[in-house]
Design a protein around this ligand. Structure first.
Ligand SMILES: Nc1nc2c(ncn2[C@@H]2O[C@H](COP(=O)(O)OP(=O)(O)O)[C@@H](O)[C@H]2O)c(=O)[nH]1
Ligand SMILES: [Mg+2]
Length: 455
């Protein structure tokens, strides 16, 4: 365990009302005491107003000082938080002074890593801290907070304990199997394996919804020139982001912005209109648009309902996986050229929605359809279970599952206790990689590397 004392700015850099500088480690109280007299004798978890001074005794700033003594602190070590004035010079002078007095600047996530190493949080909870900080919607915040409070750790811990208990019983069979003592029947071991695998399957159901909740969904607007794609893009964003004009070929770049739909981050993309064109830049834009449609979770194939549908539009629509297409018939404020049913038939799609990017008609319904076509099921599962396993956690669960599948096979066959014990341990260790009981330094570094400095 690292016994250095670390320091970092805990709030974002820049001008602000206050900034919080955190110092954690065995020398934290001493260091601050030498800058602000009386820190050492301050009560734990109380705020005191102090002038912080440099080595010559000159004041740097006046700050609220909070001492939180080990082990009742976030890191589990002595932790001092200085709520100072939020100016960059104040903060940098304070950091410099604290480093000069023996602390070192903290690495990414180092405060949380220490909390983990000191047993304040398990690894699944520590990872939830990063999710909570990154949360942009209520749903993201709620799921992250529940995991921080142990919703995943509890379930994983129960599985881990069931396997370790089973392992102990199986190992008794190995030691005493030859003698006249009751041994664990293979059938019971098999049942433990099967029940645990069912629990794993339920946890893994949250992997895909969890991934969508964390990284968001991609919704791409494509279609012929002048259909009103950029207008629709702006209307959904609620701001003038893309240039709208009656001149065909105005949009050449691919634009991407973030909106929120029912708790999910939605990356909305505007693309260049599809057209036969000699213009090299526009052709490049069209290629980018096609690539974006390929990656999208949902494609809003947008057409002008007051215009003809040409063969190029029909062909373009066919290039896209039909399961991902939502046909948007725009300009519903103008006289329609064809009835919606005829357009649906002509393009061979399953559903269409009429909107007017100009008046806003139909946009609420469009938002609802985007939600129902992409993440409605995910949202339901997440609101119910309040768990979202990460890719790393899912890998560990799959590894545990594979080992337990082998336990089932052995139990149903030879029943060899040594083999079952080996696989049970492998499964328990895979669970341990989620809670952090059995995890390598490399994995820890990789996890905390994703944090920001000061957390
Ligand atoms: N009447 C009407 N005009 C629209 C609507 N949406 C876009 N337009 C007009 O259609 C033209 C092309 O719009 P734009 O958004 O640039 O289309 P894009 O080429 O598909 O991006 C512009 O003159 C817009 O003002 C709509 O819902 N109703
Ligand atoms: Mg455009």
């Amino acid at each position: 365990m690292d016994r250095d004392t670390i320091v970092a700015l805990g709030t974002p850099a820049g001008e602000s009302g206050i900034a919080v500088v955190r110092v954690s480690g065995p020398a934290a109280v001493d260091i601050v005491d030498r800058m602000a007299e009386g820190t050492r004798s301050a009560a734990s978890h109380a705020l005191v107003l102090r002038v912080l001074r440099d080595g010559t005794g000159a004041p740097i700033d006046e700050a609220l000082v909070a001492v939180m003594r080990a082990p009742a602190s976030y890191t589990g070590e002595d932790l001092v938080e200085l709520s100072c004035h939020g100016g960059m010079q104040v903060v940098s002078d304070l950091l410099e002074e604290i480093v000069a007095r023996g602390a070192r600047l903290a690495g990414r996530g180092e405060f949380t890593k220490r909390a983990f190493l000191n047993g304040k949080l398990d690894l699944a909870e520590a990872e939830a801290v990063a999710d909570l900080i990154a949360a942009e919607t209520k749903l993201q915040r709620r799921v992250a907070l529940e995991q921080l409070e142990g919703s995943l750790s509890r379930r994983v811990g129960e599985c881990e304990k069931a396997l370790l208990d089973e392992l102990a019983l199986v190992e008794v069979s190995i030691d005493f199997g030859e003698e006249d003592v009751p041994v664990r029947a293979a059938e019971e071991t098999r049942r433990t394996a099967r029940e645990t695998r069912e629990r794993i399957a339920r946890l893994l159901e949250s992997e895909l919804p969890g991934a969508r909740l964390r990284r968001g969904i991609r919704v791409t607007i494509v279609g012929p020139r002048n259909a009103g794609k950029s207008s629709l893009y702006n209307a959904l964003l609620g701001e003038e982001r893309a240039i709208v004009s009656p001149v065909p070929g105005t949009t050449r770049d691919r634009l991407c912005e973030r909106i929120h739909i029912d708790g999910f981050t939605c990356w909305l993309e505007d693309t260049a209109g599809i057209a036969e064109t000699g213009c090299e830049i526009e052709t490049r834009g069209i290629d980018l648009g096609r690539a974006a449609a390929g990656r999208a979770d949902l494609v809003l194939f947008t057409i002008d309902g007051s215009a003809e549908i040409d063969a190029g539009t029909v062909a373009e629509n066919r290039r896209i996986d039909g399961a991902k297409v939502l046909l948007v018939i725009n300009k519903s404020d103008l006289v329609a050229r064809l009835a919606a049913e005829d357009i649906i038939a002509k393009l061979g799609v399953s559903e269409a929605i009429s909107v007017s990017a100009l008046t806003g008609a139909g946009l609420e319904e469009l938002r609802r359809r985007i939600f129902s076509r992409t993440v409605e099921l995910d949202a339901g599962a997440l609101r119910r279970e309040r768990i979202a396993v990460s890719a790393r956690q899912a890998d560990a669960l799959r590894e545990a599952d594979a080992a337990l599948e082998r336990v089932e096979a052995i139990a149903g066959g030879s029943g060899a206790a040594e083999l079952m014990s080996f696989e049970l341990r492998a499964a328990a260790d895979a669970f341990g990689r989620i809670t952090g009981r059995s995890v390598s330094e490399d994995v820890l570094d990789a996890i905390f590397e994703k944090f920001c400095i000061g957390k």
